[in-house]
Design a protein around this ligand. Structure first.
Ligand SMILES: *[C@@H]1O[C@H](CO)[C@@H](O)[C@H](O)[C@H]1NC(C)=O
Ligand SMILES: *[C@@H]1O[C@H](CO)[C@@H](O)[C@H](O)[C@H]1NC(C)=O
Ligand SMILES: *[C@@H]1O[C@H](CO)[C@@H](O)[C@H](O)[C@H]1NC(C)=O
Length: 319
């Protein structure tokens, strides 16, 4: 349940006033957009922080709309889920996903997990139904307040946030999304084989980027910080079956350090993709040094996850 009550900082109080004035500025709803089309927003281009009650619990998120936001034009919406012991604002800063080179024409939404994590790990504060309910409530909130292209809603995330992206893809609310992408994902809720997940649609576009030298979420799987994790090749093979992708090709890049796997699913190429970076640790891949790479004690990587993920999303529209 969402209340539309905005809690927290002075910035969000200003946003509350802005939101309250929104109905006064309501114009005709664009043909293909959501109910929020026609609502005026202030401080576009500046990330804003909001509270949202979900399942009786106070939750929060931040949102970034393009600086030249056009209130009658339906925009793609991208959810970005942070890793453990983090918040959405850190994920936003680390990935750079609110920069116009990635999202000049998209609305970015960064939800905050309870206790700095997402459902699925044995240390998670929220249950899977609670966090999936939060996703549903966020969708309702954003659709009601912003002009969203309902056929172009996406989710990406890092580490446990990447694992939660997979949890969404395997759930009913996952049917609302056009494509998913995980970086260094810990797939706690999808570790039991092809039947461990029943997406509401097939194929469900999925991309994963993982370090072959990840010391936290091992490429080979096994016990992770929050429970058992599948080997990445096994997890990919399950998605290949769910998505009906019999054909796979692999391209060696950057002197063999990077392997790009592409599956053809139901005759459509690229619906399932994987990038393995052999000497990469647990981080968000970036060609310019980001905080997660510093934390992982490594330098920049030859590939840029934010570019790859946004280009992947651009290829898919929800049928
Ligand atoms: C805003 O978007 C609408 C719908 O796509 C379009 O018709 C209009 O020209 C746009 N306005 C501006 C100022 O770009
Ligand atoms: C969570 O799972 C991991 C790996 O299976 C295990 O080592 C750890 O003790 C578990 N933690 C809790 C709190 O159950
Ligand atoms: C994909 O695999 C099928 C079955 O193995 C084969 O018949 C088909 O020719 C393959 N397609 C491509 C494009 O390789």
């Amino acid at each position: 349940m969402h209340t539309g009550i905005f809690l927290g900082t002075a910035a969000s109080w200003i946003a509350t006033v802005a939101a309250a004035s929104v109905n006064l500025h309501r114009k005709a709803t664009a043909a293909t957009g959501t109910a929020g089309c026609g609502m005026t927003h202030w401080f576009n281009g500046i990330t804003q922080y909001y509270g949202l009650e979900s399942g009786g619990v106070d939750r929060s998120y931040s949102i970034h709309v393009p600086s030249d936001y056009n209130e009658t034009k339906p925009y793609p919406l991208v959810f970005g889920f942070h890793g453990s012991s983090s918040i959405g604002l850190f994920f936003e800063a680390d990935t750079g996903l609110s920069e116009s080179k990635y999202s000049a024409d998209k609305i970015m939404l960064y939800p905050n997990g309870l206790g700095g994590a997402w459902a699925g790990a044995n240390y998670s504060e929220a249950s899977v139904p609670e966090d999936l309910g939060f996703v549903s409530d966020l969708l309702a909130e954003v659709r009601a307040n912003y002009c969203i292209d309902d056929s172009r809603i996406y989710a990406t995330g890092m580490s446990i946030g990447g694992g939660f992206v997979d949890t969404i893809a395997c759930s009913e609310v996952g049917g609302e999304f056009a494509a998913f992408a995980a970086g260094s994902g810990s797939f706690y809720t999808d570790d039991s084989g092809v039947s461990g997940c029943t997406p509401v649609r097939s194929p469900m576009p999925m991309l994963e980027i993982h370090g072959g030298s990840d010391p936290d979420v091992h490429y080979e799987g096994g016990p992770g910080e929050g429970g058992m994790e599948p080997a990445i090749p096994d997890w990919l093979s399950w998605w290949a079956q769910r998505n009906n992708c019999p054909n796979q090709t692999m391209e060696n890049l950057y002197n063999g350090d990077v392997q790009h796997y592409v599956w053809e699913c139901n005759g459509v190429g690229g619906v399932l993709q994987h990038w393995k970076v052999d000497d990469m640790g647990h981080c968000w891949a970036s060609t310019t040094l980001d905080f997660s790479e510093i934390a992982a004690g490594q330098g920049p990587t030859p590939i840029d996850a934010s570019t790859i993920v946004m280009n992947f999303f651009d290829q898919f529209t929800k049928p």
